[in-house]
Ligand binder design. Structure first.
Ligand code: FES
Length: 120
């Protein structure tokens, strides 16, 4: 059953909220102009992944011979880093960049009449 999380504007400002729906925890994120929601259970060993740090994805800058010049931050992609062992997931897609089949479990989130509704 969907749960009302309140005004979208408040969650947009906060950027992230972790809520409990019964015995299921879900992290709701406002990123790249939209809401996404993931179960707060890392697919590695069950850590509270939605409470991890959010960072721009690190990319390697290569020269013409594909030799490493330096590291930089991706201009758009943001990863969430699980606080238990550091596995990273794209906060928008839920996929781990090194292994896209390794991914977070989505929850359903939508905005109706300015209110955020969440369901698992
Ligand atoms: S439980 Fe998330 S990285 Fe291990």
């Amino acid at each position: 059953m969907p749960v009302n999380l309140g005004p979208a504007s408040a969650l947009e400002t906060a950027g992230r909220k972790v809520v409990s729906l019964g015995d299921v925890e879900v992290g709701v994120f406002f990123t790249h102009g939209r809401f996404v929601a993931w179960r707060n259970q890392c697919p590695h060993q069950g850590g509270p992944v939605c409470q991890g740090g959010l960072y721009r994805r690190v990319v390697e800058v290569l020269d013409d011979e594909r030799k490493d010049l330096r590291q930089d931050q991706h201009p758009v992609d943001v990863n969430i880093v699980c606080p238990w062992h550091g596995v990273e997931f794209d906060v928008l897609t839920g996929r781990s960049p090194p292994n896209p089949r390794f991914r977070l479990t989505p929850a359903k989130v939508e905005v109706v009449d300015g209110e955020v509704w969440l369901d698992v």
